[in-house]
Design a protein around this ligand. Structure first.
Ligand code: F6R
Ligand code: MG
Ligand code: MG
Length: 374
């Protein structure tokens, strides 16, 4: 059997230019050099460095499998070097997501977010990787449901016989640290009942039901280790596989034709409309947002990303297209509606899911003035 190929995306907020809005070029350059060296050494076969707002994203294609200590160490060392540079430049939030000082074999639980997918390459293997800033992994619940379970989004569910068997969703409960696999279309209503609460129930994997072919993987890794305790939002990443018996690339992108609401805007404490953007607009500005998502398309070919004539990976910047203008426009309008409400819910998240809150302090201050109500 042919060697399997692994797609790994590991992200980390190592510091930003002018607040929390973008990863500047000196940090990306460090990442690029580190990835090039790893390629020369044969550790990875291909890479692509980009940013989702203030998160530095390392996309690596290799043949070492998921959770490989060498691959995770490479990411960790790259982020540490970039964070040192950020400290040197006094960038804002330098080393923000480097939560531990010593590496112990896997970046999970150490601050960075990870999504991985080990695959047996099909005859042709189209992939889309999504990365977002100012939101959380549950932000993928709604689009993943639409891609793999909603026949109004994915025509293939109705007219491609290899998809009519449905899909299996693995749902992770952040509070209880449990997971459950649910099958659509049979359990569609129960699935929505859970994942409609994206702050608690997060889709972590999706498989095609008839043959358990893996087709989506998200970054619930950090959440898994901190389950039961709220420690804030983790800007998420997601890998999806498309075509030939899976949703087409166009069906994977269709959920983003419209904006939808996600948790995590400004101070991790507000609802915000998701804005799909091209890489050039991958920076969070108004009220530190609105929450943005980029999408990177490529073909996996013999353990690598398919390349151009110069050997550079062929990367498609999927949201850099006028067909997402409507969603961007909606995101601007919805932003204005929410911001008009200031700190009144539902613009602000409920107290249980806010990343920052002064509520206990306010209550403490009022303690002596609180009287039993009649
Ligand atoms: C960071 C983020 C930002 C910050 C905000 C306040 O990823 O989402 O919205 O929470 O800019 O940042 P501090 O507390 O560092 O001044
Ligand atoms: Mg930051
Ligand atoms: Mg971020």
């Amino acid at each position: 059997m042919a060697e399997k190929t692994t797609i790994t995306i590991i992200k980390c907020d190592v510091g930003s230019l002018a607040g929390h809005h973008v990863v500047p070029s000196p940090l990306k350059n460090i990442a690029e050099k580190s990835m090039q060296n790893a390629e020369k050494k044969g550790l990875i076969n291909s890479h692509f460095v980009f940013n989702a707002g203030d998160d530095l994203e390392l996309l690596m294609v290799h043949q070492k499998g998921e959770n490989n200590p060498e691959i995770h160490k490479l990411a960790w060392d790259t982020f540490t070097a970039a964070a040192n540079k950020a400290t040197e430049l006094k960038l804002y939030g330098a080393g923000q997501d480097i939560l531990k000082s010593a590496f112990s074999g896997n970046v999970k639980g150490m601050g960075p977010g990870v999504a991985e997918m080990e695959i047996e390459e099909r005859k042709s293997e189209p992939i889309v990787v999504f990365a977002a800033d100012k939101t959380e992994p549950g932000a993928f619940n709604y689009p993943l449901f639409k891609m793999f379970a909603d026949p109004f989004n994915t025509a293939g569910l109705v007219i491609d016989p290899s998809m009519t068997g449905g899909f299996k969703f693995e749902v992770f409960d952040v509070f209880e640290n449990t997971k459950v696999v649910m099958k659509t279309p049979e359990e569609m209503y129960e699935l929505i009942a859970l994942i409609g609460t994206p702050g608690r129930y997060v889709v972590s994997h999706v498989w095609r039901a008839e043959d358990d072919l893996i087709c989506a993987s998200t970054s619930t890794t950090k959440l898994a280790l901190i389950a039961g305790k709220y420690v804030g939002k983790d800007d998420p990443v997601c890998i999806t596989r498309g075509q030939h018996g899976l949703p087409s690339i166009g069906e994977l992108l269709s959920p983003f034709m419209h904006s939808y609401f996600v948790e995590g805007w400004m101070r991790g404490s507000h609802w915000g409309p998701l804005m799909p953007v091209g890489l050039k607009d991958s920076r969070c500005l108004v009220f530190d947002g609105p929450p943005r998502m980029v999408a990177i398309g490529f073909q996996v070919c013999d353990g690598k990303i398919a390349t151009d004539d110069e050997g550079k990976p062929l990367i498609a910047d999927m949201f850099d297209d006028p067909s997402f203008d409507l969603a961007r426009r909606e995101a601007q309008e919805y932003s204005a509606v929410l911001r008009r409400m200031g700190e009144f819910e539902p613009a602000r998240l409920g107290p249980e899911s806010m990343e920052y809150t002064t509520l206990p302090k306010v209550l403490e201050k009022l303690k002596n003035r609180l009287k039993p109500a009649e």
